[in-house]
Design a binder for this molecule. Structure first.
Ligand SMILES: Cc1ncc(C[n+]2csc(CCOP(=O)(O)OP(=O)(O)O)c2C)c(N)n1
Length: 328
């Protein structure tokens, strides 16, 4: 499937492999910190965590280059971090601090980190998909070989915007990568309650878009599929669709009692934790041993602890901020 130029699957050098593991550990540490701050009342509004889904964000974004763009949704802290966004500014944004990427005015669901290509996220389910087409159209006009990535869930696949976007992207051969993180639920509804198809990738075939479904908790599998798709986009061969089968280990939102799923299901997915799986695989292949993996985890946690200390020390935005950046 891959040719010699494709950087997919797992890196063969220890430093490259360790960097990917450490990035996934950083996403996990970041979101655990968000959960902690949320529980302490330091974060307002709704927060949706992607703990358990780190392999999709890091798998795809780790293959991007400057000029590529990423468009996320309501569960996109990890996507932003995976593009290289600064954890402190991101956490500040989520906690409503003026040092956040948008002075704390976007919050958890409307993140932006333009410098690393994370153009926007939106709380409007599927609303980011047509925006990614715009990014892809821009890069197509520039002719620079860039690609645009849209991350969305299985629930988004039932929206009109999703289907219209697939159709237009195919018609205009836009360099867009549709990444469906199929975590089996849309809010509290299992997949079988909101669609008659088992695989979201089925829809891509209708529009003539090459699609593949992969184990979304396997970083190597995600990277391999994403590398092929990105390469197609860069060569002007049009859009691709990668469906990643994964699971969110937390509720739909923080505080969700998640009564719609049972303990056995959760335990089965915990056993497929993408970070532990990657660490295990790297140890097996002799690329990164358990001690190096634990050191990386400590470094990631130290970065997030320092970011949280700085954010909490800064205090919430002043009330006067409510009337700035507002058009009336
Ligand atoms: C247009 C729109 N409709 C409904 C909602 C309410 N809503 C928020 S999250 C969500 C479920 C999304 O499920 P999915 O796309 O599978 O993403 P996941 O939460 O699993 O990551 C819904 C229906 C919304 N935010 N926007």
């Amino acid at each position: 499937m891959l040719d010699a130029e494709t950087p997919g699957a797992l890196p063969r050098d220890p430093a490259g492999a360790l960097a990917l593991l450490e990035r996934m550990q950083l996403l996990r540490a970041f979101e655990e910190k968000v959960a902690e701050l949320y529980a302490r009342g330091q974060v307002a509004g709704l927060v949706h965590l992607a703990i358990g889904q780190e392999a999709t964000a890091v798998g795809v974004c780790g293959l991007l280059r400057p000029g590529d763009t990423v468009y996320g949704g309501h569960r996109s802290h990890g996507h932003a971090l995976a593009t290289g966004a600064d954890p402190e500014r991101l956490l500040a944004e989520i906690a409503g601090r003026v040092s956040g990427y948008a002075r704390g005015k976007g919050g958890s669901m409307h993140l932006v980190a333009a410098a690393t290509g994370f153009v926007t996220a939106t709380g409007v389910v599927a609303g980011n998909i047509p925006l990614a087409l715009g990014g892809a159209f821009a890069t197509q006009l520039r002719g620079t070989g860039g690609v645009a990535v849209a991350f969305f869930g299985d629930g988004a696949g039932q929206s009109g915007q999703f289907h219209e976007s697939l159709n237009l992207a195919a018609l205009w051969r836009l360099p867009v990568l549709f990444v469906c993180e199929n975590n089996g639920y849309a809010e509290f509804s299992p997949l079988s309650a909101h669609t008659g198809v088992e695989r979201l990738a089925t829809h891509a075939a209708t529009y003539g878009i090459p699609a593949v479904t992969v184990d979304g908790n396997d970083l190597g599998a995600v990277r391999e599929a994403a590398a092929v798709a990105i390469q197609r986009g860069r060569r002007g061969e049009g859009p691709s669709f990668v469906e990643c089968l994964t699971y969110r280990l937390r509720g739909h939102y923080e505080g969700d009692p998640a009564k719609y799923r049972d303990r056995a299901e959760l335990a089965a997915w915990r056993a497929k934790d993408p970070i532990e799986r990657l660490a295990g695989r790297l140890a097996e292949t002799g690329l990164v041993d358990a001690e190096a993996a634990a050191d990386a985890n400590r470094r990631a946690r130290a970065v997030i602890a320092a970011a949280a200390d700085a954010v909490l020390a800064s205090g919430p935005a002043p009330a006067s901020d409510l009337t700035t950046d507002v058009t009336a």
